[in-house]
Write a protein that binds this ligand. Structure first.
Ligand code: MG
Length: 271
């Protein structure tokens, strides 16, 4: 049952997350007809929400960081053995030491599922006018398959604040915009704690994420409102599985990923 619930949520989220709409007037900068976030200050994807200030990250941080000895190496550039496609066979492509989204072939996710963890991911935005991408370089790293840390070309900073690169999509903008330019490798180092329900299936606390983008802290112990989605107010209205996969988003742009490893964190032993 839990598997089915998780799958439904993943599919529902997959179809909606991270979208940006266009019109003849250009890229929409957000919405004001979406639900109000719990703070009561901003709507989901609010066009009026201030953009975070830009910070130029150092030249390198954990770029190319070798995996610690106790990490599970999810992708080292040689094979897709830890991954499978959401929609049948995995069709993303392999190049040298990285993988690349094959647009419109679907998300991919790890076969293994995780609860609390430390995750290292590297990605590069497509250079505009090269390959398939002419737009935003939209992808995403989905924690437990349901919470999106946005991957996006925020170099031009046109999207709404909670859709910028590093945003908890539709919920929390990054504290600062620490993006590098398209074509450059970037890093996410994420510490994630899963949401908790007790044995009576009562909600105990939300998922929590701390995220470094290119070595710059962009979320610190940030409570997540629930599984992320487009134009929705995320909630924990249903008990979620204790573990889930790491998923990467196909949003139609040829974003690249490399050097992905994870260190599961065991729940602290109770005294
Ligand atoms: Mg996305």
């Amino acid at each position: 049952m839990r598997k089915i619930l998780c799958l439904v949520i993943v599919i529902a989220t997959a179809g909606l997350a991270g979208m940006v709409f266009h019109s003849s007037a250009g890229t929409h900068l957000g919405y004001t007809d979406t639900p109000m976030l719990p703070s009561g200050q901003w709507h989901v994807h609010d066009s009026n929400r201030p953009k975070p200030p830009a910070v130029t990250p150092g030249a390198t941080f954990s770029h190319g960081a070798p995996a610690p000895s106790d990490a599970i190496v999810l992708f080292d550039g040689t094979d897709f053995s830890h991954w499978e496609g959401d929609q049948g066979a995995l069709q993303w492509t392999m190049h040298e030491d990285y993988m690349e989204v094959k647009p419109h072939t679907g998300y991919i996710h790890t076969k293994e599922k995780f609860g609390d963890f430390q995750l290292h991911v590297e990605f590069a935005e497509p250079v505009k006018g090269v390959g398939n991408s002419e737009d935003e370089g939209n992808s995403g790293v989905f924690l437990q398959g349901i919470y999106e840390v946005q991957v996006y070309d925020s170099d031009n900073n046109t999207v709404y604040a909670d859709g910028l690169c590093g945003a908890i999509y539709g919920q929390s903008p990054p504290m600062v915009n620490a993006c590098k330019k398209p074509g450059q490798w970037q890093t996410f180092d994420i510490i994630f704690e899963a949401a908790r329900w007790n044995q009576n299936h009562e909600f105990v606390r939300p998922a929590i994420a701390t995220v470094f983008h290119n070595g710059v802290l962009i979320h610190y112990k940030q409570p997540l409102l629930g599984p992320t989605g487009h134009r929705i107010l995320a909630t924990y209205d249903k008990e979620l599985p204790a573990t889930g996969p790491i998923a990467l988003q196909d949003h139609g742009d040829d974003v690249r990923f490399r050097n992905i490893w994870i260190r599961p964190i065991q729940e602290e032993e109770k005294p």
